[in-house]
Design a protein around this ligand. Structure first.
Ligand SMILES: Cc1cc2nc3c(=O)[nH]c(=O)nc-3n(C[C@H](O)[C@H](O)[C@H](O)COP(=O)(O)OP(=O)(O)OC[C@H]3O[C@@H](n4cnc5c(N)ncnc54)[C@H](O)[C@@H]3O)c2cc1C
Length: 475
């Protein structure tokens, strides 16, 4: 009942005005979880009363979570803001919900809202993409050829799925021949075909398991990816879906990483979760190189180090190897490598690894001091999640205002990242951490334990909170 009240309150009047602080405080009275989340709100929230009169043309590139969060905060922080947004997408996609669509619990249209609900008022919205960044001259050029100048720029382009880096696989193969990927989406159109295809795929796996145990592969690349927990979420939900029906399959998790999770307690718990299913076997340090779609064969590169003895000198040394491993499968869930968009990769704004070169604390560009980054595109050690962007919003706004006023940068991002790992239908292990280590919102609860409470929060409350509180920069 409480949950319904909360959802109703969050949804009411969405089309009119953003939820007021007073309504947000009301939420605390009806949900202890919401209360703790709201209590964790960063101190950077800015109200109209504090709006400052600073001058300068601000350009925001992108129309996803980070862009809208920072836009709302800037609109409140500056008395007469001059803001241009370059983003192609008329529809905003609530990407965390892709997992629930893939698990058969939400529909794609529940993930979509018009971006015009958020990019409005005096904001100059150019519905296009940036094709080239010229940071030396403070300009960008759009796909349509428009040259746009700026005094300050916030880069919020997110990441791009690179299915093209898996030889033999085309995006159109997803949803055919036993192949799926929850990640497949079109952010420009605001659609998530991979999520709906994955729900069909869950049911195909189940149907196949009724006659023989299928071999089902799950993959994770060795590049940074958005929502690093999603590959495992999809694996455990699929195994649980079969378990509920009294069926099973041989699941293999081929990951380019060396652990299930970088926090030891979470890693241990996930190992235990894997053992609780009939068969899940993890192959570490394997990344997917190619797929033979018709023959249903996946080729992985297994990268490892081994001690080698030099026969002439009898000396021992560690050497790196990369073996090809070919695996036959019935079904495969692919997670593609991810990179920033090509326009950014080709620019002077990226570091040696190809990611936006910002300071991990201030989020200011290391060379171009009038440029900041927010969200997945940032080349920082932690977090490519919506929760990360939420925590970065106040930091970017605070520090940008400082630059605009020629003041010292005071706001510091702590690396906050949240990973709601679905270990089964109805339970989530809520891994929250920052640069230092674990950072649970409710410190007295063991963060490494899967709990129904987090499932309820993620499933029923997070999405309305996302639209009403996060994208409006209220927290
Ligand atoms: C399956 C899945 C599950 C997830 N689960 C969770 C979760 O449970 N919790 C969580 O916190 N996060 C989750 N995330 C991650 C979360 O959605 C992202 O971290 C978040 O959206 C990042 O925001 P962003 O602004 O950096 O990028 P995005 O929201 O992806 O937005 C990028 C925007 O930039 C635009 N763009 C791209 N290139 C250009 C260009 N050249 N010019 C102009 N605009 C451009 C795009 O059109 C888009 O509008 C999940 C993501 C996926 C895919």
């Amino acid at each position: 009942m409480r949950r319904d009240n909360l959802k109703e309150l969050l949804n009411q009047g969405h089309e009119k005005e953003p939820l007021s602080r007073r309504d947000a405080i009301k939420l605390m009275g009806i949900s202890p979880i919401a209360a703790s989340v709201i209590a964790s709100v960063g101190s950077g929230s800015v109200t109209n009363a504090e709006a400052v009169d600073v001058k300068g043309k601000i350009l925001i590139v992108g129309g996803g979570s980070g862009a809208l969060m920072v836009l709302a905060r800037l609109n409140r922080a500056i008395s007469n803001p001059d803001i241009t947004v370059i983003a192609p997408n008329e529809t905003h996609l609530y990407q965390p919900g892709q997992v629930f669509v893939a698990a058969g619990l939400m529909t794609q249209d529940e993930l979509q809202k018009p971006n015009s609900d958020y990019i409005n008022g005096n904001v100059n919205w150019i519905k296009d993409e940036v094709k080239t960044f010229d940071a030396d001259n403070n300009t960008v050029t759009t796909r349509g050829g428009q040259v746009v100048g700026y005094d300050y720029m916030i880069v919020a382009t997110g990441v791009v799925n690179r299915f093209d880096k898996i030889a033999g696989l085309k995006e159109e193969d997803i949803g055919t021949n036993g192949i799926t990927s929850v990640y497949l989406s079109d952010l420009e159109k605001g659609t998530a075909r991979g999520a709906t295809a994955t729900w069909d795929w869950y049911n195909e796996v189940k149907k196949a398991a009724e006659t023989k145990r299928p071999t089902v592969l799950y993959t994770q690349p060795d590049t940074p990816i958005k929502c690093g927990g999603a590959p495992q979420k999809m694996l455990y939900l699929s195994a649980d879906y079969l378990k509920e029906a009294g069926l099973s399959a041989d699941y293999y998790f081929y990951t380019g990483l060396k652990k299930l999770f970088h926090l030891p307690k979470v890693d241990e718990e996930l190992t235990r979760v894997q053992k609780s299913y009939d068969k899940i076997e993890t192959k570490y340090s394997h990344f997917l190189r190619s797929i033979d779609v018709k023959a249903k064969k996946a080729t992985f590169i297994h990268a490892y180090e081994k001690e080698v003895i030099d026969e002439d000198f009898g000396e021992k040394s560690m050497q790196s190897f990369a073996d090809e491993v070919v695996v036959k499968y019935d079904f495969i869930h692919v997670v593609p490598p991810m990179t920033p968009p090509a326009a950014l990769e080709k620019s002077k704004l990226v570091n040696d690894s190809g990611w936006l070169d910002v300071d991990k604390f201030t989020l200011q560009h290391s060379k171009y001091k009038n440029v900041f980054g927010i969200g997945d595109v940032c080349g920082i050690p932690m977090g490519k999640t919506g929760g990360t962007a939420r925590h970065q919003g106040p930091i970017v706004v605070g520090n940008l205002l400082a630059v605009m006023q020629a003041k010292e940068l005071k706001e510091k991002f702590d690396g906050y990242t949240v990973c709601p790992l679905k270990t089964q239908y109805g339970k989530i292990l809520m891994a929250e951490f920052n640069y230092e280590g674990p950072k649970p919102t409710i410190p007295f609860l063991d963060y490494s334990k899967p709990r129904w409470m987090w499932w309820e929060f993620d499933r029923y409350m997070l999405e309305p909170m996302y639209w009403r509180l996060m994208l409006t920069g209220l927290f």
